[in-house]
Structure formats: C-alpha cells, structure tokens
Design a protein around this ligand. Sequence first.
Ligand code: MBD
Ligand code: FE
Length: 269
Amino acid sequence: MSNDRARFLIEDFEKTVVEFIRRHGVTHDEYRVATDFVIREVQAGEASLAFDVLFEAEATDNANQGREGSIEAIEGPFYLPGAPMLEGPRFVMPQRPDEPGIPLIFHGRITTADGEPLAGVELDMWHADADGKYSQIHPGIPDWNLRGRFTSEADGTFEVTTIAPPPYEIPKDGPTGQLLSVLGRHCFRPAHLHVKLRHPYFGERTSQLYFEEGEYLDSDVASAVRDGLVIKPVLVEAPDQIKAHGLTESFIDARYDFVLSTARTASGA
Ligand code: MBD
Ligand code: FE
C-alpha cells in the first residue's frame, strides 16, 4: 500500500468514525468499550478474528473484482507461515496417530486459463481437526497438526490425504463470541479447507473450499461462502479404491481445479 493510499484511507476512516460518534451521540464509556474490545481480542489470542468475521469477505470480494481464474477467499485469522513440507510420493497432512475424523482425499488440477498444466505450484493447507480446533491456536494439539505444504505434479495435478473438518465454531467465551452473542448471531462457519497457492509467476493466491450440502453454508458467521468455492464431497466405499489411496476405511473424495491467471476480465477495470 502506498503512503498516499494509506493517508487517503486513514483520513476517510477517521472522518467516517467521527461522523458515527456524532450521529449516535457515542459516550465516553461506549467509546472505551470499543477500544477495550480490540485490546481484549488480541490478548485472548483471537488475533483478527472479529474483524475477519465482520469484514474480510468484503475486502476479498473487491480483490476478486474483474480478475480471471479461480476466485480468492478469506484467509481468516489462523494461517501460520512455515508449515512443514510434506514428503511424497503420497502427501499426507501432519496428524496424530489416532487423529479422529473421516479420511478426506483432496485433489484436483492446477492450470492456466488456457488449460496449460502448472507443475510445482506450492499448496499450503491448514484446517480444523474433528473437534473444530486449529493447531497452535487452540491448546493441546501438536504444533503443525493439519498444517502442511505440498506441490503439484508435472501434469498440474495434486492430491493430499487428510481428515474431513467439521463446521468451525468460534469460541463462545472469548471477546468475539461475546460480540456475536450481543448481536444474536450463532458462532459457526461451515466446514472448510484453507489453502494458499504459490507460483513463481502467478504469485500467491488464498483459497478456501466448502462442502456441498454442509451445515451453515447459508449462514456462515463470516459471510464468506461463494459459489465458486463449494465442492462436492463423494463418499468412497469401494475396497479397491480405499486400498489404492493407501487407506483402510471409507473416505471422502473432494475435487477442486484451480485456474491461475493474471488477466483482467472484460468487466474489470
Ligand atoms: C476460521 O476458521 C476462519 O476461517 C475464519 C474466517 C474465522 C474464524 C475461524
Ligand atoms: Fe478457518
């Protein structure tokens, strides 16, 4: 962000808040409740949770405006850089030996808008465990559990084995949970996988995939579900398929094909 842009945004933000304070006759006590909220949220380890829930989808939609290729999604508050690089040939997300949850195979293909396969794209994935908890955010989970990086193959395909995440519930006892309770909203996000893609030419893209017919798709507390991000989970029970994927029980197959492009669409500026 340039200095000019920062100055423009900060000044307009200031003006907007000043008008808001006047219009509603905000008292000093009310003002202090608001600033204390920001401090409490950070102190509670919730980072940008409340802001991401309320506003991040809006900013992400702006970023998607007029750009060709797969749309981007909100990052959310729980991404951590530096996740382990997974060892092939079969990529398996870091997990406990007794990791609860139904196995999930997430796979697909990464291409340019012209359909050229993109090899060596780094996928950096993170998601909640079967209790709806993220490692290094919620206590009692090994550091890099269900966080890992892997790469696409020469033909642009990728495949990783993990477990299916459940819907995510924002902790009700923290500042963000309290705020949502004042608003009379539930604390749930639909089940989702977070993944960032990195490529030397196309740069970094942040995606997030949801599952068709999952709970809370229509009432995501973060209002972040978009048509282009919902994938179809297919339960696979055939013993030969289970074996072929190195598994011992039925699994969910979920596919998403990424298209990377730097081009602007006709509707874009
Ligand atoms: C999450 O897991 C998340 O992705 C967002 C946006 C907000 C809260 C928890
Ligand atoms: Fe999340």
